[in-house]
Design a protein around this ligand. Structure first.
Ligand code: PFF
Length: 439
């Protein structure tokens, strides 16, 4: 059985697939609206601190658990004797499936806007009312179905021939698109105000709320939900470099998020619009910018194509931990499993597509603030306490270009799970309105 387990074809392929997972709507859409609401550059300080304190370590922890057990999260928990593992292992798997369902809805919006910019329709609409009418109609269901079909198609081909191959094509294209859009935005008249907003921090804006937003952003953005990165780690070969890859992916993901900030804020300021408009920033604010910009239709197409590629490569990674359970644990055929999961995701996606409050609830509260940190803690405890930090450190250092020293053991055993626990508690308090968070 172990011999049959799929593997990444190359280090480059693994990095592209993981970057594909990490770089998504979280980097472009969520990062920019959160950053806009949380005072621009002020957001970047907690963001970078949390990236170094927990983001990079988090990738190592999740990949190491997967590679050590050559299994996704459910079988890893069972293998290492985690109490109640065969039940608790489902939490991060169900969570990522819920994320997949609402995420595919927003991916559908991107496709719709991409097609509208291609046809030129985007140039003639009144962006605010148009978006409102669109999301309250049945049309998003059609786009949801198309997004899910695209994901199912890629995943049905497997790890190397499906996910890795698609990401090796999509990620370089994504980088080219970001660079073109960034050059366009930075050369707009009045772009300096946006650059200042994004680079000159006002320290008084860094409240607890901003810290919580930054933490949520890092976990979501690096796909640290306790299942996706575990299963991606399980396809690594023993000689692959876990710490080196974690550094590349964390920094690469941040670089793309920052570049997206340099796409969005200079344009928003150049046209005198509000950077703090929240989730509608990409669909309403930017649409009205494209309408006024020279070459707007072309750049709108590139922007929504960028969003679509980013979303699709992340969707693919969300489907994999769920697919893997049914393929490895229940020994079912991949093609059948992906089809069935696609159908189920569509069913869960229906209320997300039709009811705004349901989408909000699932996207912010349930999946990111509560279930994601729970998944993160389960994985950290499984690795540090049940596999054991000594074995974990041997595993993370296997094939590593930068070896983790003794400090790594207490860090992963106590500090890393404790930080996630604090994030979970603050998240829960904010759900009850005891602690305020802007999601
Ligand atoms: N990292 C993705 C983003 O930033 O949009 C979202 C994501 C992908 C979350 C995969 C969780 C996951 F398992």
């Amino acid at each position: 059985m172990e011999e049959e387990r799929e593997r990444w074809g190359s280090k480059f392929g693994f990095i592209m697939a993981t970057m594909g997972s990490a770089v998504g709507l979280g980097n472009i859409w969520m990062f920019s609206y959160r950053c806009g609401r949380c005072g621009g550059a002020a957001f970047l300080i907690p963001y970078l601190i949390i990236l170094f304190l927990v983001g990079i370590i988090g990738l190592m922890v999740e990949w190491t658990l997967g590679r050590k057990n050559k299994a996704g999260v459910l079988d890893s928990l069972i293998n290492c004797g985690f109490p109640g593992g065969k039940y608790l292992g489902w939490i991060p798997i169900i969570n990522v499936f819920l994320i997949f369902s609402f995420y595919a809805v927003i991916e559908g919006w991107c496709m719709k806007y991409m097609v509208m910019s291609l046809s030129g329709e985007l140039m003639a609409i009144d962006p605010g009312p148009y978006f409102g009418n669109f999301v309250s109609s049945y049309e998003p269901l059609i786009w949801l179905a198309i997004g899910i079909i695209a994901t199912v198609t890629i995943n049905s081909f497997g790890v190397k021939k499906g996910i890795e191959r698609a990401c090796k094509f999509m990620m370089p294209l994504l980088l080219v698109l970001v660079v073109i859009l960034m050059i366009r935005s930075l050369t707009l008249p009045g772009a300096e105000a946006g650059i200042a907003f994004f680079t000159k921090p006002d320290l008084s804006k860094i409240t607890w709320d901003v810290w919580l937003n930054a933490a949520g952003q890092i976990f979501f953005s690096l796909s640290l939900v306790g299942s996706t990165m575990v299963v991606y780690g399980s396809y690594l070969r023993p000689k692959d470099d876990i710490p080196g890859s974690a550094l590349i992916v964390a920094l690469g993901n941040t670089a793309i998020a920052l570049m997206c900030g340099f796409v969005i804020f200079p344009a928003v300021f150049s046209f005198g619009l509000d950077p703090a408009s929240g989730p509608s920033l990409a669909f309403i604010t930017l649409s009205s910018i494209f309408q006024q910009m020279v070459g707007g239709r072309f750049f709108a197409f590139l922007f929504f194509l960028l969003l679509f590629i980013a979303a699709l490569s992340s969707d693919v990674s969300m489907m994999e931990p769920v697919t893997e359970v049914f393929v490895s644990h229940f020994k079912l055929g991949r093609k059948k499993v992906t089809l069935l999961l696609g159908f189920l995701a569509f069913l869960v996606g229906i209320p997300c597509a039709l009811l705004g409050w349901f989408l909000d609830l699932l996207a912010s509260v349930v999946t990111t603030m509560i279930l994601a940190p729970i998944g993160g803690i389960i994985v950290a405890v499984a690795l540090a306490w049940f596999v054991g930090v000594k074995h974990a450190r041997e595993e993370v250092n296997e094939g590593a270009s930068i070896k983790m020293g003794k400090w790594w053991e207490p860090y992963v055993k106590y500090i890393y799970p404790a930080i996630i626990l604090v994030i979970l508690i603050l998240g829960i308090l904010s759900c009850f309105g005891i602690f305020e968070a802007t999601w």
